[in-house]
Design a protein around this ligand. Structure first.
Ligand code: ZN
Length: 296
């Protein structure tokens, strides 16, 4: 499943094509994705001008003038393909190649830019775990988004906020970090990476970072910093790959090469001087990769 940095890369790839453009035609080629498409889906969007393309956690939000906000989730296998007379491009980078089979082209947006350039944006999703919904008011109030925690991007997530989120929690630190009501958009890959950067064990009790002592404060500071930097680095890596799409087919996992621990079971820990190896354990049914030598 794409994580927040991948979704943000998709947003940045679509933004120049969509923002300010007018939706000439919206075509739904089937009535549902994971959920049924909203009633009068095409009619309510056609003719509108897109004012902003936003993101909250792993949800994209398309705002139009005088209409509903389109909330879109890529699910497991969703992607957008951008085509105009010059190029064909799939913004975003993924671990698994994205489908180009037209059998899985489910929603097609035809847009025209203020300078009269026409583009076609096609949502392709073979497994159909993705979805599109309407929010009639502020998207943050929509049930899908209302309970989400703080974004791991920007400066909102600092050590004191992180400590207050973890305070009193007996769950393993990894499980707490995956809880979308605490931090929104942090997934399995980047939690493993952030914990390695912070030198903290995924198994330790989450609440231990909320103590009043100097050590707990240092640890929560290190973890807040690690979460922000791992996400920022991944977004930067995705962004720098965007310009290659015109030539490349824009498919395979770019971020994979920058993982320190994820999917590296048995390899030496890349932390200088550590000497340990990366272990894989299973927590709540999902793989955790970590170094038991330097992550305590
Ligand atoms: Zn290590």
């Amino acid at each position: 499943m794409p994580e927040l940095p991948e979704v943000e890369t998709v947003r940045r790839g679509l933004q120049p094509v969509l923002e300010g453009a007018r939706l000439v035609k919206v075509e739904a080629r089937r009535p549902d994705l994971r959920f049924p498409l909203p009633e009068r889906f095409s009619e309510r969007l056609a003719g509108k001008t897109i004012t902003a393309l936003g993101r909250r956690a792993k949800y994209l939000t398309m705002h139009v003038d005088d209409g509903p906000v389109l909330i879109c989730h890529l699910g497991m296998s969703g992607s957008f393909r951008v085509e105009n007379p010059e190029t064909s491009d799939i913004p975003g980078v993924f671990h698994h190649e994205r489908s180009k089979s037209s059998a899985h082209d489910h929603v097609v947006f035809d847009v025209v830019s203020p300078s009269s350039v026409r583009s076609r944006i096609t949502f392709n999703d073979p497994r159909r775990f993705g979805f599109m919904l309407f929010a009639e008011g502020a998207p943050d109030a929509h049930p899908m988004l209302a309970g989400l925690g703080v974004e791991p991007t920007g400066n909102a997530l600092d050590s004191s906020l992180l400590a207050s989120l973890l305070k009193g929690r007996r769950a393993p630190l990894k499980a707490a970090l995956l809880d979308q009501r605490l931090i929104a958009g942090l997934g399995n890959i980047y939690v493993s990476e952030a914990l390695w950067r912070a030198g903290l064990s995924p198994l330790r009790e989450a609440g231990t970072l909320a103590g009043s002592g100097k050590k707990a404060r240092e640890q929560s500071e290190r973890l807040a910093q690690a979460i922000r930097s791992v996400i920022a680095d991944a977004i930067a890596a995705g962004g720098s790959s965007l310009r290659d799409y015109v030539q490349a087919d824009g498919s395979l996992g770019y971020f994979q090469h920058s993982f320190a621990v994820y999917d590296r079971e048995g390899e030496p820990c890349p932390k200088p001087g550590c000497g340990g190896h990366i272990d894989r354990i299973v927590q709540s049914g999902r793989s955790t990769f970590y170094c038991r030598t330097c992550q305590r």
